[in-house]
Design a protein around this ligand. Structure first.
Ligand code: MN
Length: 254
């Protein structure tokens, strides 16, 4: 099994090294092709107004001076030279990719790009709690539960144009209750925090941050599974069509 690994935190991110360890439990044919710099929040953006460069660090280890999508596209289309990966793993992201945040995520977007290329693709993210008790053991949950969460997915046929989004809770590995299949949740738009300041020359700037997540009700969403202490596995689709709306709108312009 040939595995392509990417992320949005960049080639030097600790979570990428964790994902390499996880992948090494599954195969010894591993290619690492990740953005040269952090690209968190890049979503599924593709660099089309400027060129990108490839840097090589070793056998099967490269960075791309662009987005996660650039990395996967160049990885498959150029760097790997026709050796199509059997599996794409993206992450392990430093921080959650849950609910509505998924559309901003470069981590999930790298997996979307793999899916577009016809490769079984999985995004992995480690939730941080803000609680120093847990956050001083970064990626412990992902390290211990990563291969456990991925292995059954290797035997499972993904639906066409679908990918998996895995999140690990901010818990000690022993405190995790298990793995749950979930649906994508949603949260209040008020989660986005805009910080204002002035740069050294007096020009105002604005900086986007995130407030705490407001949870959606029910226990079948990704947000709630994490809150309940489970690893969350959500099947996502590239097809953004709203099926119920499609049915209701069928005669709208008759
Ligand atoms: Mn990130």
């Amino acid at each position: 099994m040939r595995i392509l690994i990417s992320n949005d935190d960049g080639i030097n991110a600790p979570g990428l090294a964790i994902l390499e360890e996880i992948a090494a439990e599954l195969s010894d044919d591993i290619w690492v092709i990740a953005p040269a710099e952090e690209q968190s929040g890049a979503g599924h953006s593709l660099s089309i107004t400027k060129p990108v460069q490839i840097r090589q660090y070793g056998k099967r280890r490269y960075s791309v001076t662009g987005t996660p999508t650039d990395s996967v596209m160049l990885g498959i289309g150029k760097i790997m030279g026709g050796l199509k990966p059997d599996l794409l793993l993206s992450g392990v992201n430093r921080g959650a990719n849950l609910g509505d945040d998924i559309t901003y995520s470069g981590t999930v977007a790298a997996a979307m790009e793999g899916t577009l290329a016809g490769i079984k693709s999985i995004a992995l993210s480690q939730v941080y709690s803000g609680d120093p008790l847990y956050d001083d053991m970064p990626f412990q949950a992902a390290t211990h539960w990563g291969a456990k969460a991925i292995r059954p997915l290797l035997e499972h046929d993904f639906e066409p144009r679908s990918l998996m989004n895995i999140n690990f809770p901010a818990l000690r590995a022993d405190d995790i209750k298990g793995i749950k299949i979930t649906k994508q949740g949603f949260h209040d738009y008020g989660r986005v925090a805009i910080t204002e300041g002035k740069d050294p020359r007096g020009t105002p700037y604005y900086w986007f941050g995130l407030n705490a997540i407001e949870h959606t009700s029910g226990h079948d969403s990704d947000l709630e599974a994490i809150e309940d202490g489970y690893v969350s596995v959500t099947p996502l689709t590239l097809d953004l069509t709203h099926q119920e709306a499609l049915r209701k709108m069928r005669t709208l312009y008759d």
